[in-house]
Design a protein around this ligand. Structure first.
Ligand code: SAM
Length: 298
């Protein structure tokens, strides 16, 4: 079968080391704390770019200064993306190499860029990537939790009701879950995670690649107890929560989770959430949820 035009372009990109061809959008990952983590290819990609689209030019200027690179910067963030996107695409179409970076880590991962990539692909423009650090992947790798299947759920909402709903939705996948969180909300989020998922194994990964890097691995209850005593930690945080454990979920555990879930959810939603969280068959949990709801109604 004859390769399509975009397959040909991607092949050409790979042969040229990705990101060195003209007329191309190049996604460039940058360090998440330790400047030494910039890759040789990322430096090359930034040096050979005609223009660097970045979230915050002050942050990217520091990185470029450290690397001894001088390039024109174009702010591309949530507030100006609609306006900037056509301009960036026009420059790529005219043969320029545009690098896209975020403030830290991999662009598009809870950072701007997805719509730019989508628009470039739709316009038939080549897109390549110079991969590198990303906090969720590093946190997963260090968590000691199963890494064969995982769901990255981004930032948790700030309000408890919305947060519990987001956790319940993520928990439909019986896999390791990864969330971004801020230090002041850590304890509340750990409490909501325990309320919805039960006392799963988890890890709080903080200040990755930085001086005070720390990964605390415990059950959710022990993590909550630790931070309640020590106070919320400083810095940037990723929470990783293990999948439901097949053994050790007793009928009492299911009852406890159901009683909590029924405080804010319908019988159907509570049963679905607890079934997903514990790996217990849906029909069994639904029957028990009806019983508990009936007891409450008496
Ligand atoms: N695109 C980035 C990446 O690939 O890592 C993520 C950007 S997101 C806007 C920022 C969030 O990532 C932070 O609030 C924190 O939850 C997490 N994060 C970023 N750097 C981190 C670090 N060094 N240690 C722990 N978490 C980090």
């Amino acid at each position: 079968m004859k390769p399509s035009q975009s397959q040909e372009r991607s092949k050409r990109g790979a042969e040229q080391g990705g990101g060195t061809q003209t007329g191309c959008l190049v996604l460039v990952a940058t360090p998440i704390g330790n400047l030494g983590d910039i890759t040789a290819r990322a430096l090359e990609g930034l040096k050979s770019a005609d223009l660097i689209a970045c979230e915050d030019s002050r942050v990217t200027s520091k990185l470029l200064q450290h690397a001894g690179i001088e390039k024109p910067l174009l702010p591309y963030h949530d507030h100006n993306a609609e306006m900037m996107r056509p301009k960036i695409l026009a420059r790529i179409a005219a043969g320029e190499r545009v690098a896209l970076v975020s403030d830290a880590g991999t662009p598009l991962i809870s950072d701007p860029g997805y719509k730019l990539v989508q628009a470039a692909v739709e316009a038939g423009l080549p897109v390549t990537m110079l991969p590198g650090p990303s906090a969720p992947i590093m946190a997963l790798a260090l968590s000691g939790l199963p890494s064969d299947r995982f769901l990255f759920a981004g930032f948790l909402p700030s309000k408890s009701k919305a947060r519990r709903d987001a956790i319940a939705e993520a928990a439909r996948a019986p896999v390791t879950l990864i969330f971004f969180e801020t230090a002041p909300r850590l304890i509340d989020s750990l409490q909501d995670l325990q309320a919805v998922l039960g006392d799963r194994r988890a890890a709080v990964a903080r200040e990755l690649t930085k001086l005070f890097e720390e990964v605390r691995r415990h059950r959710l209850s022990a993590l909550i107890a630790h931070y309640e005593e020590a106070g919320p930690p400083k810095g940037e945080i990723v929470i990783v929560v293990g999948p439901p454990e097949e053994e050790g979920v007793s009928a009492d555990d299911v009852d406890t989770l159901l009683r909590r879930a029924l405080q804010s959810m319908s019988v159907k939603d509570a049963a679905a959430t607890v079934a997903a969280a514990t790996g217990t068959p849906k029909r069994t949990v639904y029957a028990r949820a009806l019983e508990i709801a009936g007891e409450k109604g008496k």
